[in-house]
Design a protein around this ligand. Structure first.
Ligand code: PHE
Length: 368
């Protein structure tokens, strides 16, 4: 059968294009349906797909050229699908399956390598935190947790920071907004230390207590190379009969040797925390120079690492409101708190605290 000559297109709106292409497709299908020998197939191919005189070539030459710019895309889309139809008709007539072009469009190369997923690794903060916890677990300590959004009572008052006490100012507290209608003790804040979990633990259980409390804390601190407004601490609390300052010293000396190596020495300096009396800052001999004096330890040979002290009787008095066995005449205890980031930075020689939080795989990949 002979095809109609390709007409000129006068309208280029979607409906006109649909109609014109549908007409051509119908002609192609009709032509393809009567192909019963090789010569006829070849004639069909030349008629539709021939490079110079083929109908599709003519369509692209005349219609596409005449089309206004805004119609070119719609026309091109229809042209491509008509071409795919004609090619499929030819393939079917040749009995050779789909054309290279249509195969390519659907191809799934099963020889391509799969998506490689990196093996995960513990974050250096988590790793350090777990390491600290396991040093104390080996001494018989259990592990506790508490809320990050804490009340004024647990974070401050029960830790012997009375309302209005100047020591509260040293904690740079981030408070939750719109708490005015609550009493001071119920007002919410982001805990500034893990110490409130000391009180939560004692309220839950009578002595003896040996517990470590790892967790996230928040302070309204400007970030710099060694400070972050969000960081981690591990708290420790030991309460029993006859717990003395020597128990505290022995425990922390052992823990520092377990964390930094048996050559490390510790020394205790008087300090102040409202919830311990006496209080101390613990220094370890400089792990970089072995105590000779270097830039890292400011030539002193010592590095300050954590706070500690004997639990203040005023703290036991708060605990005794719920658990009368916390009678400071009968029991005693010590507590300590250390910064996880600081310990991790020392252990791994990291100089920027921000490296922990940036999520940069070049940094994290070193801990696999
Ligand atoms: N809570 C103290 C701080 O964040 C650390 C500390 C814990 C000190 C326990 C003594 C005892 O600075």
């Amino acid at each position: 059968m002979t095809n109609q000559p390709i007409p000129d297109l006068t309208a280029f709106d979607e409906a006109a294009l649909d109609k014109a292409f549908a007409q051509l497709e119908q002609e192609a299908r009709q032509a393809a349906s009567g192909l019963n020998d090789e010569a006829a197939v070849e004639a069909f191919r030349l008629e539709w797909l021939g490079r110079k005189q083929g109908r599709l070539n003519e369509v692209s030459g005349r219609w596409l050229k005449a089309a206004p710019v805004e119609a070119k895309k719609a026309l091109g889309v229809r042209f491509n699908s008509l071409k795919a139809v004609v090619e499929a008709l030819l393939d079917a007539a040749l009995g050779s399956g789909p054309s290279d072009a249509s195969l390519k469009a659907e191809a799934l190369d099963i020889t391509l390598p799969g998506t490689q997923r990196l093996v995960g690794a513990e974050h250096p903060i988590t790793r350090t935190l777990n390491e600290i916890v396991s040093v104390f677990a080996a001494l018989g300590y259990s592990v506790g947790v508490g809320p990050e959004v804490e009340t004024d009572f647990y974070n401050f008052e029960s830790m012997n920071f009375p309302p209005g006490h100047p020591a509260r100012d040293t904690q740079d507290t981030l408070v939750v907004a719109n708490q005015e209608r609550r009493s001071q003790r119920d007002r919410l804040l982001l805990r500034t230390h893990t110490s409130p979990v000391q009180m939560r633990t004692m309220e839950q259980q009578p002595p003896p207590v040996r517990i470590v409390i790892p967790g996230k804390v928040h302070r309204n601190d400007a970030a710099d190379a060694t400070h972050s407004p969000i960081f981690h601490q591990v708290e420790g609390l030991c309460v029993d009969t006859n717990i003395t300052f020597s128990d505290l010293k022995g425990t922390l000396d052992h823990a520092m040797k377990a964390l930094f190596g048996s050559a490390v020495k510790t020394r205790f300096f008087p300090s102040f925390f409202p919830f311990t009396e006496p209080s101390a800052d613990v220094q370890i001999s400089c792990i970089y120079c072995g105590g000779k004096g270097c830039r890292k330890c400011k030539q002193s040979g010592w590095i300050e690492l954590l706070g500690c002290g004997m639990v203040d009787p005023a703290v036991f008095a708060f605990a005794a409101e719920k658990q009368p066995a916390y009678d400071p005449k009968e029991i005693s205890g010590f507590a300590f708190g250390m910064g996880v980031e600081r310990i991790a930075m020392m252990k791994y020689g990291i100089s920027e605290i921000g490296s922990f939080y940036s999520g940069d795989m070049r940094f994290l990949g070193q801990f696999v």
